[in-house]
Design a protein around this ligand. Structure first.
Ligand SMILES: Cc1cc2nc3c(=O)[nH]c(=O)nc-3n(C[C@H](O)[C@H](O)[C@H](O)COP(=O)(O)O)c2cc1C
Length: 207
């Protein structure tokens, strides 16, 4: 039996579907590289009511991420809607459960990237991407944004930043990804795949 392929974990939270649409484009970019797969996972919403629990299988979209999905990934793409210029609480909540991986150094030297969606053009895409990068640096991950060799970065009038892919979903969250946003999300997935395969050769055994 052949060994399982390495995978990039595409981990996202999405309430209205925009960040999920981006995650799917990133995953397509990952899978355009040979020798690596994309694993799409989401996180459950959090509730101010402590007793509230969500079904184990979400009604739609990807299944919920486990710590093992993160532990064994070759690279991580993390996506969140922008909430007041920052990542959404459900994703932060998941990251706050990863101390065990941090203690064991499980993510050290693995590549990571981030993506986001906003309602307004100047509503905090870059700040969200930068704040999402902070916990990944604590984990020892190697952050990869988007280089300007992706020429859409100079042409876009909507989403797409050197800090990572982004999407302008509009006031009613009903604007679909345009060509520039889609191409940049795919390019980010491809780049992460290449880096994941290259950095895998450097991995030292952590827990
Ligand atoms: C609590 C809350 C805070 C938000 N903060 C911002 C913001 O700071 N800037 C912005 O442009 N959009 C903001 N939005 C809008 C979402 O970022 C936007 O609708 C996003 O595309 C939703 O992604 P989703 O479809 O994946 O859920 C906010 C939405 C909510 C519910």
């Amino acid at each position: 039996m052949s060994a399982p392929l390495p995978y990039v974990l595409v981990l996202y939270y999405s309430r209205h579907g925009a960040t999920r649409a981006m995650a799917e484009q990133l995953a397509a970019g990952v899978e355009s590289c040979r020798g690596i797969e994309a694993r799409l996972r989401t996180v459950p919403p959090v509730s101010p009511t402590c007793e509230a629990v969500d079904p184990e299988i979400p009604d739609e979209g990807a299944v919920y991420a486990s710590l093992d999905d993160l532990r064994h990934c070759a690279g991580l793409a993390i996506g969140s809607p922008t909430r007041f210029g920052n990542m959404a609480a459900p994703l932060k909540h998941f990251l706050d459960t990863t101390s065990e991986l941090w203690l064991g150094g499980a993510l050290i030297d693995k590549p990571a990237t981030a993506f986001t969606s906003t309602s307004s053009l100047h509503g905090g895409q870059e700040s969200t991407l930068l704040t999402m990068l902070v916990p990944l640096l604590h984990h020892g991950m190697v952050y990869a944004g988007l280089p300007y060799s992706e020429t859409e970065l100079m042409e876009t009038t909507t989403g797409g930043t050197p800090y990572g892919a982004s999407h302008l979903a509009g006031k009613r969250s009903d604007r679909t990804l345009d060509d520039h946003e889609r191409q940049l999300a795919r390019a980010q997935g491809r780049r992460l795949s290449r880096l994941a395969l290259a950095l895998a050769t450097l991995q030292e055994p952590h827990s």
